[in-house]
Ligand binder design. Sequence first.
Ligand code: PEP
Ligand code: MN
Length: 447
Amino acid sequence: MGAVSASINLDTWRDLPAAQQPDWPDRGELDRVVAELAGLPPLVFAGECDRLKAEMAAVARGEAFVLQGGDCAETFAGATAENVRDKLKTLLQMAIVLTYAGRVPVVKIGRLAGQFAKPRSKSVEVRDGVELPAYRGDMVNGFDFTAEARRPDPARLLRAYHSSSATLNLARAFTKGGYADLRQVHAWNQDFVAESPAGRRYDQLAREIDQALAFMRACGAQPEEFHTVEFYSSHEALILDYDRALTRIDSRTGLPYDVSGHMVWIGERTRQLDGAHVEFFSKIRNPIGVKLGPTTTPEEAIALIEKLNPDNEPGRLTFISRMGAGRVREALPTLVEKVRASGATVAWICDPMHGNTFEAPSGHKTRRLDDVLDEVAGFFEVHHSLGTHPGGIHIEFTGDDVTECVGGGHGIVEEDLALRYETACDPRLNRSQSLDLAFRVAELYRS
Ligand code: PEP
Ligand code: MN
């Protein structure tokens, strides 16, 4: 440990109230697992986190746009090559639409390789008179509605680490090993073109890109940037024992980084100023996000900035607003304005998912694509009218043709939700809805 690190106490959060932590039945077992995690290799390098921080600084300056997305809750069973490939493929397609049609560099961040823990509004779930602990993500307990599955099990923290490691390895291979080469823009869409309006629209765009590439090749230009993609991982750092165990001192700088993911964020339910999450995040040097819901006051936002980014380091802090389509136009302007007036540098990105969830008559939790699009439009309107930069979107999506959100090119209606409702938590956009959104955002960006 370097001289700097010796003076940083990474455990001050332990004295503060930590919301949304599991009720581990066996503290001794948790301690053993945490000790094992602390000895395992980092999943990401501090230098990579710094590179993302520099890219987020460009976002805050208005020179780049963030596309952050993936499952609401990753599952261990879902960490297959096919699933990871399809999520990446959808993310790459969305990024291409934004880069080409929106004419803006896109920072690509997955809700991937670590998104295994969920905050819950109720700590128990009742079905047919049976009450069990709520599902808190595969990192904590099992999805099945049995007492056995729902018992929090510290061994799951280790599985989360290994599942993240395998997922990240695949993501690195896909993005660096030729699959993400721009000459593949058509291949990513092959199984999809004929099936949906978004797929056909993408196909047209891919044709134009192919022509541009052919032209550049003929001119002798073969830039390195066309062959691989920079891809970053992120998750909500909810279970503090896990993220603390994966926090390491960077040998270059002597500073602590949470090496379980490149970027980590604090959720709407755990952003209390005097709470354990904000305290822990104030100590790590990763680029970080904080979700801001419609009840956030400007004073809270400013206090978060003072606590989490006192030196006003560019790229360090991103505010992820999730207001709801009906409230974004009234709730967001004051926040953005007051933050700007404070002189603080933050990136603003829009999560158009979490303020727009409702329950369909069938009991399925769902979202309307129209509401998602409307919140994004509201987000752009607010930033355009204030002269600030709409810096990106944060979404829940999957590469599969699920039926979890209503609307979009396939015309999914509430009665269809049961057909393919596969999420372990919140409803995700399917591939076609994700592309619809990307085209809409590209239009908004250029307007
Ligand atoms: C989430 O991102 O899945 C989530 C729970 O969001 P929020 O903290 O904004 O409610
Ligand atoms: Mn969610």
